[in-house]
Each structure stands twice: as C-alpha cells, then as structure tokens.
Ligand binder design. Structure first.
Ligand code: DGL
Length: 264
C-alpha cells in the first residue's frame, strides 16, 4: 500500500527549506507542500499565544492541500506550540523529540547544549525533554544569527558570523557539553562556522533528525508515496522568498506562489 499525498512542511519563513532538502535527500520520491509564513516572520520573538495561532493557520493551509502528514520544521513552533495545536486530522511532527533522541545517544558527558530563538530557549522544551533521560541542558538564545544567515552572510561575511557566534557560544565555555543541538531551522547553514569554534563537538541538525524519524513513520505505516514534486507557498512576496531561498536550497532554483494566510 502507498499514499501519494504530499508531506506538508511549514516554517516561519525560509529556514524550513533545510527540511525540504533533507526530504529530497532521504525520501526523493515523496511529494512536498512547503509553506513559509514570510508575511508574519519572525516567530522567535513572538508571544506563545501568537505562535500557536500562527501555527494553527499554517496547518489549516497545508490541510487544504490534502497532505498526509505535517512537519513543523520551525524550532520555535516545535518548542512552544506542538502540544497546544488544534487537532487537524493528520499527525503533526515537531523537531524537539527527534533532536533530543539523537543528542541522548551522542552525549558521553551527560550535558547537552541548545541554541535557538528567544522563544525556543525560554520555553525550555529541549531542556524538559532531555531531563527525561537524565541529561542536563545548557542553552543560549542566538537571535541575531537568523538574519545574518538569511542574508547569506555565512558565505559572504563568514568573519562577521564567526564573531557573533563566538559571543553567543561563549555561554558554553566550561559547561561540560559535548553535544550541541542546533534548535533553529537556520543554524545548519552555519554548521561549518560553529564547528570551527567548537572542534570535536557533536552538532545535531534538528530538521534532519526529524525527517529521519518521519521517514520511519511513513515506512512503518505503509504511507510512502511517489508524487515526486515539491510545491512552495509563502505569505509575502514570492520573489523576495525565491531570491533568498538559494542560501537554504543548495542552489536548487525555487518558484513559489503567494497566498493570503489570513484566509485560513
Ligand atoms: N524558523 C524559526 C525557528 O526555527 C527561526 C526564525 C523565526 O524566528 O521565525 O525557530
């Protein structure tokens, strides 16, 4: 048996394209419907109520495209909203549990770091999940990174990103962590720069771990499909999104359609 409906993926904007990239690499036959809420980003500085309400709208839009499962690629939504979402009829996956599972199997010191948006760090969602396994968490919000990464600075001005990273990552000096969860969609793009500052640290890419788990769920439930194509939708100018998308899509050209998210 198979299910040729698409996998729905949503994020506050561009960063969720890292999840699409992971789907293309791990499940190349699957169809994908991507929604980036570019008209309402950032989510990471919003109140929990706003984040839940935006996420419910994003999910309603994806359901209108008849998706079979949904991935909340956004670290902020996964941390703040996942257990407060309205039922939608399909399973909604977040990134916290898959990332924590990977961190638990990697850490030898029993101390794991998390970097994410203000809302993600304040929610303590990763810390609470890690504590279930007896693992101690140390976290740091890195809000400036989102904008630097979106604007392509990892490629054009790596020295500036490295300086900003050093300031944020100094939080982990002498913390005893040996594993760092990149708890925001954007951060895998800066992975090589983080590695330069923290050699030997195991870095956990949250969206990649979530896509690996999602693949397992589709396989176990005979829900794999071969619709193949990926469609992109955004809530602000499609051209603005398309121009910046190359940072996240490994150069793959992207064409998007603008929708009015307030209708959902
Ligand atoms: N996508 C968000 C996250 O992963 C980062 C950008 C934002 O703040 O909206 O947390």
């Amino acid at each position: 048996m198979s299910d040729n409906r698409a996998i729905g993926v949503f994020d506050s904007g561009l960063g969720g394209l890292c999840a699409v990239r992971a789907i293309h690499s791990l499940m190349p036959d699957e169809g994908v419907v991507y929604f980036g809420d570019t008209g309402r980003l950032p989510y990471g500085t919003r109140s929990n109520e706003k984040i839940v309400s935006f996420a419910n709208g994003d999910i309603r839009f994806l359901m209108s495209r008849d998706v079979k499962i949904i991935l909340a690629a956004c670290g902020t939504v996964s941390s703040v909203a996942l257990d407060r979402l309205s039922p939608c009829g399909v399973r909604v996956f977040g990134v916290v549990k898959p990332a924590v599972a990977a961190a638990v199997s990697s850490t030898a010191t029993g101390r794991v770091g998390i970097i994410g948006t203000d809302a993600t760090v304040m929610s303590r969602a990763f810390d609470i999940e890690l504590a279930k396994y007896g693992i101690e968490a140390v976290s740091a919000a890195c809000p400036l990174l989102v904008s630097l990464i979106e604007n392509g600075f990892c490629a054009t001005h790596p020295d500036i990103v490295t300086t900003v990273l050093r300031a944020y990552l100094s939080r982990f000096d002498d913390s005893g962590i040996d594993t760092l969860i990149l708890g925001c969609t954007h951060f895998p793009i800066a992975e090589h720069l983080i590695r330069g500052i923290m050699p030997g640290m195991t870095l956990i890419d949250t969206t990649y771990e979530a896509v690996k788990q999602l693949k397992g769920v589709l396989t176990d439930n005979n829900m794999c499909g071969n619709a193949g194509k990926t469609e992109y939708f955004v809530s602000d100018s499609a051209i603005g999104f398309e121009n910046k998308a190359a940072v996240f899509s490994a150069g793959e050209p992207i064409k998007a359609v603008q929708i009015n998210i307030e209708d959902y």
